[in-house]
Design a protein around this ligand. Sequence first.
Ligand code: GRF
Length: 201
Amino acid sequence: MKLGVLISGRGSNMVAIAEACAAADFPAEVAVVVADTPAAAGLEKAAAAGLATAVVEPGEFAHRGAFEDALAATLAHHGAEGVCLAGFMRLLTGRFLDQFPGKVLNIHPSLLPAFPGLDVQQKAIDHGVRFSGCTVHFVTEAMDAGPIVLQASVPVLATDDADTLAARILEQEHRLYPEAVRLFAEGRLSVAGRRVLVDSD
Ligand code: GRF
């Protein structure tokens, strides 16, 4: 399966996916990495890994719909069949999602449905939860609310600040996202209401 990976920043999850894709038996390849800003540090990492890159900036379009059309056209141009959001800091509407129905994944650094949105490591600490983690989910129009594919948990320690917790979670993200992409690319995921069924024959 050809993948388009959308980033806004550092791109460490993009790198984790690309590294997994480099293995001979992995059922997916990264066709293009697209950023919504030329400042995304992940663009250089993608180029260094020999991946095609593109920048589609919302400011260059008259309205969000036109931006989403350009994003979808860029992905289609590179033959992307599936889309991985990897630190992509924008909500996507049906106008984009309908062009990749059931084919858009995201990773979020909390155990959803707890702590959707931003600054979620600090929110987890402030709330006093003993465990947090990460979630790979299918993307719907509602933020961080689509059907859950995989989750991994990590302990929240008394000594944690947002940075130490984020680092512990990120380590799991880099393991979990490629695992979810593998299941997705092998066609082993099906969605039944809110639940994602994994065919593990
Ligand atoms: C990750 O924590 C991811 O879960 C969240 O944004 C961060 C992106 O990090 N959606 P990176 O750009 O993949 O390094």
